[in-house]
Structure formats: C-alpha cells, structure tokens
Design a protein around this ligand. Structure first.
Ligand code: IPM
Ligand code: MN
Length: 364
C-alpha cells in the first residue's frame, strides 16, 4: 500500500506523525507492507511560493501533483489552514479541488462516542451515540455555480446554485445503502436528510432516488426520512435513533459539525473523502489549530481515527481483509485509551500528543 501524506499546516504535521507511528506498529503486528510519501502542501508553502494572502494568485496545488496523487492507494491529510490567508483560498484551492478532481463523492463521517469520552448530552452513553453520516461530497451548493451581478451597488444580486444531479444523488444513496447493509446493526435503517418541504426540486430528486433504489435494490433496509432542521433536534434529543444517514453536501457539512460535538468534539472526529474506485483522502475534522502548534498538546485521536478509517476503507475498496482488520484493531486500541484520558480537549488530556500516540500503540 502506497500512502500519500499531506501533513499541511499548524498542528497537522504533529497529529499525522502520531497516526504514522501507529501505522508502523500495526503494520508490523498485522503483517502488511506499506510506503509513505510526503507532499509539501498547504498555506505555508503557498506563502513561501509568493502566493497573495488576500486573493487566489497562484495554484495551491499543481496539476502534476494532482496527477501524482492519483497513483496512490490513499491520501492521509493533517490540516490545511493558515491564519494569514483569507478564507476560501486554501479551502477551494486544495481541499475542494482534490475532492472534485479525484471525484471523492462521499464524505464519510462515523459518529461514535468512545468509552470515557465526555459528551455534552446529558444521560447519553456510548450505546446511544453510534451512527454514520454519508454526505454527498461533490455537488449541491459546493460546485461554485452562480455569480454576482451589479456588485457593490444597491442592485447587487447574487445566486449560488444548488446543483443536484440524479447521478450524484444515486451514487450517494447506493453507497449509503451498501454501508447500512455492511454495518448490519439491529436497526438496519437508512435515514435520508434533506429539506423536501422547501427545496421541492432538489429534494424531490433525492427523495425519488432514495425510495426507488431502496425499494428495488435494498428491501432488507428500513427507510426513514428527516427534514434537516428536525434532524438537528433529534441529534440532541435522541441520537440513539440513527444508524446511517445520507444527505446532500451542505446539510452534511452542517450536521456533521453538530455530530462531532456530541461525539466528544473535534479532537476525536475523523472523516473520509471517498471514491471507492479511486483515491480516497482521510483527515481529522479539527483544523490546523495554529495557537497549539509545536507545543505537544493537541489531541491526535482524530488523526489516529482517520488512519484507522484509511486502513479499514482501503481494505473494503481493495477487498483486503488484512487491512480492514488492521483498521478495526487501531480503533479498538483507541477505545482502550480514551477512558484513561482526562479530556479530549487540547492541553487538558492529561497526556501529551506523543504520549497519546504511545498509549494507542501500547494498547494494540
Ligand atoms: C469540512 C469543512 C470543509 C467543507 C471546508 C473547509 C471547505 O468544513 O470538511 O466539513 O465545508 O466541506
Ligand atoms: Mn465542515
């Protein structure tokens, strides 16, 4: 397995280093070979190359780098974000660019409360918070379609198009049904989240794709539907209700941040940008956290979780049970370490960044 590593900015390289430490240990124990290759990408490089911090001026990633990334089995990403660079430049120039170019059409966000991790939800425990959000990752209002007219005048008008295709909805829905089957939980239930009462065009495309595919191809899976606003309420009130959720790009972006908080915060939440037949990219959800950089206090759990996901999902995509088992093994080790930590918040863990990595390796 060849892994492309993008440590990125701020605390990204520190947390990725812990993930790679765990990878080294689990590969030895599980008996698989791998190699890693570092890619120097992110805000620091953009500035060093003379990029304008106020507006996009030079490419954040070059064409030939994207072509090279296509040849890897997976990408492991730390964090990209720089306090001196205006919002949007790195997001569009790197993260969204890679999602689109590599057609990573699924954003996979497991939401699981690990043992000993504090949730802000009163009376909820690990049995209650264990679901997965499947977010469509290449369409909706993220395509950049739309524009602005008469800018800066009282007549200014802007549109931001919600580009929804039957093709895009179908492949997300199918992925989610397959995942629900694979999880095989007692609930065996897939919930579509949208806003069909207001977004009557895009919502209807999702609704019909969901029900038609469910009815004909997945009769064994229970179908359920929530409006996105109601879903936010249920996340807080009854998270135990969910098994797998499938939703569009922007709704998925929003509900997965809420979900991250109920699972214990950004220190533990991991995500995958997935193309099951291409190159997928795995990342901790927390940002580059510049104020904690270089202090050995940031929580590497989310990055270690992203590594676990990288192994497990690459194993699924490539039909390699050794990798899948290794991913599960890393997650099991994480679940032995979380109860020993004082907190999942940076600087309050009772352990340093590197000690958390060591503890996960010991638990392997
Ligand atoms: C995420 C992030 C990104 C998104 C940003 C950084 C563009 O919030 O991965 O959820 O909106 O998708
Ligand atoms: Mn987000």
């Amino acid at each position: 397995m060849r892994i492309a590593v993008i440590g990125g900015d701020g605390t990204g390289p520190e947390v990725v280093a812990e993930g790679l430490k765990v990878l080294r240990a689990v590969a030895r124990k599980a008996g698989f070979d791998y190699s890693t290759h570092d890619f120097d990408l992110g805000g620091e490089r953009y500035l060093a190359a003379g990029g304008d911090p106020t507006k996009p001026s030079i490419p954040v990633i070059h064409e030939d780098e994207i072509e090279e990334l296509r040849t890897y089995d997976a990408i492991y990403l730390g964090a990209v974000g720089h306090p001196k660079i205006a919002p949007g430049i790195l997001e569009k120039g790197l993260l969204l660019r890679l999602r689109f170019e590599l057609d990573q059409y699924i954003n996979l966000r497991p939401v699981k409360l690990y043992p000993g991790v504090e949730t802000p939800l009163k009376d909820k425990s690990p049995e209650d918070i264990d679901f997965v959000v499947v977010r469509e990752n290449t369409e909706g209002i993220y395509t950049g379609m739309g524009g602005v007219q008469y800018k800066g005048t009282p007549a200014e008008v802007s549109t931001q198009v919600n580009c929804t295709t039957r093709f895009g909805a179908e492949r997300a829905v199918r992925y989610a049904f397959e995942l629900t089957r694979r999880r095989n939980s007692k609930k065996k239930q897939l919930t579509l989240v949208h806003k069909t009462n207001v977004l009557t065009f895009a919502g209807d495309t999702w609704w019909r794709a969901f029900n038609e595919i469910g009815q004909t191809e997945y009769p064994d899976i229970k179908r359920d539907y929530n409006h996105v606003d109601a879903c936010c309420m249920w996340f807080v009130k009854n998270p135990e209700f969910y098994d797998v959720i499938v939703t569009d790009n922007i709704f998925g972006d929003i509900i997965t941040d809420l979900a991250a908080v109920i699972q214990g915060g950004l220190g533990v939440a991991s995500g995958g940008n997935i193309n099951p037949k291409g190159v997928s990219m795995y990342e901790p959800m927390g940002g580059s956290a510049p104020k904690y950089t270089g202090q050995n206090v940031i929580n590497p759990m989310a990055a270690i979780g992203a590594l676990a996901m990288l192994l497990r999902e690459t194993g699924v995509h490539q039909n390699n049970p050794t990798l899948t088992a290794a991913g599960n093994r890393v997650e099991a080790a994480m679940m032995k370490v979380t109860p020993t930590m004082a907190s999942q918040a940076a600087g309050k863990m009772g352990l340093s960044t590197t000690q958390v990595g060591d503890a996960v390796i010991a638990a392997l």
